[in-house]
Design a protein around this ligand. Sequence first.
Ligand code: SF4
Ligand code: SF4
Length: 411
Amino acid sequence: MKALSTFGKGKRLSGFNAVRVGARLLKHSAKYPLYRHTGIPKILPKYARISVTDMCDSRCNMCHIWTLHKTDTEATNKYPKHSDFVDTPKLRSEMTFEEFKQFVDNNPFLEDIMLTGGQTSLKKDIVKYWLYLDEKGYRTGGPTNTVDPENVIAVQGELLSKLSGKHTHSIAVSVDGLGDMHDKIRGVKGGFEGALKFLAWAREQQKKYPFFDVSISHNLTPENFRDFPKFVDYFVNLGYKPNQITFRPTQGLTRFALKTPTATQIISDKSDAMKQELLTMLDGMRAKYKEYDDYYVRGIREFYEHQRKHVIPCYAGYNTFFADAYWNVYPCAPEMNERFKIGNLRENGFVLKPLWESERIKKIQDDIKNEKCVNCWTRCHSAQSTMASPTRLLKVFKDNAWRVISKPDHI
Ligand code: SF4
Ligand code: SF4
C-alpha cells in the first residue's frame, strides 16, 4: 500500500521496518481522536502537501489549474514550455526556494512534505526543493504528468543522480486511460505516448537507483471508468503490479467552483444506473486483484455509494494541510477557497504554530468534523485520516500483514 510508505521515514515497508513503522503509527494515532474531540492535547499537523507552482502544460478536462497562468499561445505549438509562460506579477509571486527552505527549517515537527502542482517539472529550480528535503531526511517525489516527457526525464534524471539514496523517491505518473482516452481527458494529443516513454525510461532507472519508486495514478471519470479493467490489465501485462496502479474518484475542486466532471456526476441520483455499473466494475476488480480488496478501495466503493457522507472521519486540518504556490494554507486541495483558508505563511514567518492556535482553525476543524465540506476520497487524505485512528490502523495492518514476511519491493 503506497500510502503507508510515507511513514517509514522514506524507507521501504517490509520485514522489521514494517513492524517498527506500524508500532510508531499506532502510538501516534491515539492522540488525534482526543485532539479532534476535546482540543487536548494540542497537536500540530505532521503532513504537508505543497503546491510549488500553478504552471501546468497539460489541459485536463477535470482540472482548471492550467488556466491560472497565461501562456504565449503564438509561441506554443503542442503544449507550453517554461519559456512560453507570460511573466506576470502573479507568476512572479509564486513561492521561491528561499521561502521553501525557511518553511522546512521552521517546522521540524513535519514528518512528510509532498510536493505537487501544477506541473512540478515546470518550476525551474524544482530539483533544489527535492534535494533539500532529501538532505533533511524526508522522502521525495510527487505526481507528474508526462505531456512533455523529455522535460520530466531531464528533471528526474538530474535529481536521481544527486539524491542521497537514503530515502524513497516516488513518482506517480498520471494516466487516465489507454491511447486516445488519456489524450481526450488530459487534453493533449500524444500524451499517452509520452506516459509510456517516461515509464520505460523510469523502469531502466530503477535498476540503477533502487530507491526510485514509480506508480501509475488514475482518475476515475464518467468517461473512462468502464475501461478501467482493461487499463489495469494492460499495465499488468507490461509487468506492473496492481498495487503500482493507484486510482481514485475524480475530485472537483471548489477553487474552480466544481466546474469539472467529477465523482458527483457518476453518483448523482439522476445517474443511478451509471453508479450501479461503477460499483459492479469495482467489485469485479476487487475480486480479480487481491491488492484491490483493501481498505482504500473498499472506501472508494463506499464513497460512490453514500457520496455526501464521509467514508471515515476526516483529519484534514488536524494532522494535514495543503499550501498553494502563494503560501495560502488550507486543510486540503478540494477546499482551497476563502471559507477554508487557514492563513498565509508569508505573514507568519513560515511558522505553522500560530495558524494552528488561531480561532480560525477551530472553526474550520469544526466544519470538517461536522462534514460541512465538499467531501472526497483520495489516497493522500484518506491515508492521513486512517493514521489518526487506532481501530482503522489495525484494519490496514491486517490488509498489509504480508509486508512483514515480504522482501523490500517497489510499492
Ligand atoms: S490535473 Fe494535474 S496535470 Fe492536469 S491540469 Fe491539473 S495540475 Fe495539470
Ligand atoms: S473529506 Fe472534506 S475536508 Fe476532508 S479532505 Fe475531503 S474535502 Fe477536504
